[in-house]
Design a protein around this ligand. Structure first.
Ligand SMILES: Nc1ncnc2c1ncn2[C@@H]1O[C@H](COP(=O)(O)OP(=O)(O)OP(=O)(O)O)[C@@H](O)[C@H]1O
Ligand SMILES: O=P(O)(O)OC[C@H]1O[C@H](OP(=O)(O)OP(=O)(O)O)[C@H](O)[C@@H]1O
Ligand SMILES: [Mg+2]
Length: 280
C-alpha cells in the first residue's frame, strides 16, 4: 500500500487535502485524524506537521508527500522534488529595519533570526557571509523589535506581516517556493505513477477550460488559428449545414479573450465548460 504524507496544519494543509480529494482520493473530515486508509485506491495517508513531511519521506517509511520546497531544502532530508503543485507560492527573503542592509553581504557579522536555519546557513555560506543564525519556531518578524536579531530570513507571501513589523525586504530572493510532491530515495516512478497522473490531471483541469463553438466553413481555418489546441482541435460537421462544430482546450486565463476573438471571426454558439480532471 502506497503511503503518502500530507501537511496536517498550516497554509499547505487545506489546499493539499483539496487537491487529493479532487484527484479521487478519500480525505479526512476530522482535522484530528492522523491516518486515513483509502482502500479503493490502495493508499494510506499520514497527516503530519508540514516540517516533518520531508523527514518521513526522506527516511523511506513513507513513499511520497506534499510539502513546500523551502521546507524540503531546510530539512536536508534525502527526498527529492517530483512535481510542482501550483499552490502555497511564496518567496524566502531577508528583511531588516529600513536602512540596515541592502544586500546579503550586509548581513556579515549580524544576527539573523529564522525558522529555516539550514537553508539560511547554506545561503550565507554560498556568499561567504558569516553571521549568527538564531533559530526561532515562528513569528520571526518580532525578533528585531524584541532585540533578539538584526535581520530576519522568512517566508514572504503578501508582505503584510513584514510591513506590520516595520521591516523591509532587501537583496535578491533566497528562494522561490511553492507546494511540491516529493518522493523518497527508494521510491520508483512506477510506484507513484497513478498518483502523479491524477495530480497532473487536476492541475491541468484547473488551468484549462473546454471551448465549443460553431463556425462557417469559410471561417474555419481562421478560427482554428485562434484555438490551435494541443494536438489539434476536434472538428465535426454540423448536421444539415456547411458549418463545423469545434471542441478545443484553452488556457483558462485566456478564455474570454479567445471567445472575443472567435466571435469576431464569425464563430457562434461559443460555450465554455469547466474540466474536472484530465489525462493527456
Ligand atoms: N502566507 C503564506 N502564503 C503562502 N505560503 C506560505 C505562507 N506561509 C507559509 N507558507 C508556506 O507553507 C509552508 C510552511 O507552512 P506553515 O508556515 O503554514 O507551517 P508551519 O510554519 O510549520 O506551521 P505553523 O505556521 O502552523 O507553525 C512553507 O512551504 C511556506 O512557504
Ligand atoms: O507575507 P505574508 O502574506 O504576510 O505571509 C508571510 C507570513 O506567513 C507565515 O507565517 P505563519 O502564519 O505560518 O506563522 P509562523 O511565522 O508562526 O509560522 C510566514 O512565516 C510569514 O510570517
Ligand atoms: Mg508558518
Amino acid at each position: 500500500m502506497l503511503r503518502i504524507a500530507v501537511p496536517n496544519k498550516g497554509s499547505l494543509s487545506e489546499p493539499a487535502t483539496q487537491l487529493l480529494r479532487e484527484a479521487g482520493y478519500k480525505q479526512r473530515h476530522d482535522p484530528r485524524e492522523l491516518v486515513l486508509v483509502d482502500t479503493r485506491n490502495d493508499v494510506e495517508f499520514f497527516f503530519l506537521r508540514p516540517r516533518d513531511v520531508a523527514v518521513y519521506v526522506g527516511s523511506g517509511t513513507v513513499q511520497a508527500g506534499i510539502t513546500g520546497r523551502d521546507l524540503l531544502l531546510d530539512s536536508g532530508a534525502p527526498a527529492t522534488e517530483h512535481l510542482e503543485l501550483g499552490f502555497g507560492g511564496s518567496t524566502f527573503r531577508y528583511a531588516a529595519a529600513p536602512g540596515v542592509a541592502s544586500a546579503v553581504e550586509d548581513v556579515h557579522g549580524k544576527r539573523v533570526a529564522t525558522s529555516y536555519p539550514r537553508l539560511v546557513k547554506h545561503h550565507l555560506k554560498s556568499f561567504g557571509v558569516e553571521a549568527d543564525v538564531v533559530r526561532l519556531d515562528g513569528a520571526v518578524e518580532s525578533s528585531v523589535r524584541l532585540g533578539v536579531a538584526d535581520v530576519v530570513a522568512d517566508v514572504v507571501s503578501t508582505g503584510t506581516t513584514l510591513k506590520a513589523a516595520g521591516l523591509e525586504i532587501f537583496g535578491e530572493p533566497i528562494l522561490k517556493s511553492e507546494a511540491i510532491l516529493i518522493k523518497g530515495p527508494d521510491t520508483t516512478d512506477d510506484e507513484i505513477a497513478v498518483l502523479v497522473g491524477r495530480l497532473r490531471g487536476v492541475l491541468m483541469a484547473r488551468q484549462y477550460v473546454l471551448v465549443d463553438y460553431d463556425v462557417p466553413a469559410d471561417k474555419l481555418e481562421e478560427a482554428l488559428a485562434v484555438t490551435p489546441g494541443f494536438e489539434g482541435p476536434t472538428v465535426a460537421p454540423l448536421h444539415g449545414s456547411s458549418w463545423s462544430a469545434v471542441r478545443v482546450m484553452v488556457p483558462r486565463i485566456e478564455m474570454n479573450h479567445i471567445m472575443d476573438q472567435l466571435y469576431a471571426v464569425g464563430a457562434r454558439a461559443i460555450l465554455t465548460t469547466e474540466l474536472l480532471a484530465v489525462r493527456v
